[in-house]
Design a protein around this ligand. Sequence first.
Ligand SMILES: O=C(O)CCC(=O)C(=O)O
Length: 291
Amino acid sequence: MMPKTRAAELEALGFIHARGAFAPALMESLRLRAHATLFRASAESRDAVKSNGSLIHLADNPEYADVIAAPELLELLRNCGATDPRFTGGFLISKPGGGPPLFWHQDWWGWDDDSAYKPRAHQLFAMIYLTDTNVENGCLRVIPRSHRLNHLLHHLDTAHSEGIQAYKDPLNAAYSEHPDQVAVPVKAGDVLIGDARLIHGAFANRTQEERPLLTLWFMPHWGSMPPEMRALAYKGFMRGDDIPSSVASPSTFLDWPEPLKRRIAHLIPPDDGGVAPMRWNRTPDFARLAS
Ligand SMILES: O=C(O)CCC(=O)C(=O)O
């Protein structure tokens, strides 16, 4: 039986699909901006992350401030149980026509903390596909419930490495179909909210058109997170994570000019200062995941 609330569904499956969250006019404007951003991206920077398609940090592209702070999105996060949501980063991930599959991975980095093995997510993605996206043009695929399960795909140790991002070995199992996978086709305007621990990837884009996506990252319970975890999340917000930059001089959201920074001010995580961050660890302790 399907859980009754979005929060319960997210906790059970590891993701939810919110249909028609954004109006068509905003989607049209986002598509226009995304194509302009992609026009400025170098071919080399995209080739380095061929499996992703592009990995363009939104801190370097302030023209997405409105969607980060969109009231519809905040309401959705609250419906998903967020008590004190803070934004820690976002990317334009666009798969060009003919782009290969995105490797299986999960995005959580706080596996050293006991609370990482509890139902409540510390980090959520909001994925906003800017066009109708399906199996043909590279939609998301997920392993439902894998945010808490000792699934075999958690054991792939290559996720997020340079070789895997660059699609060096197309025969790597990280790009393969998996019997447990569920395709998540969406319409432009839908939003997918997911637990960072969920195993996910994306199908190849077998069309001629770009398949643009904005992925935004939120910590839903900032105030009640362990301080060392908050400190590491803040470090990531300041671009101190393991994600390579596509530009020579990366900016942070705090570098934005005031009128743009004001747009997202209520979502900016506060700097606790002085607290030492926990260890960055993307690999779970398999024994503590459910079997
Ligand atoms: O490109 C996609 O469809 C998914 C992107 C993704 O996995 C991510 O942002 O973590």
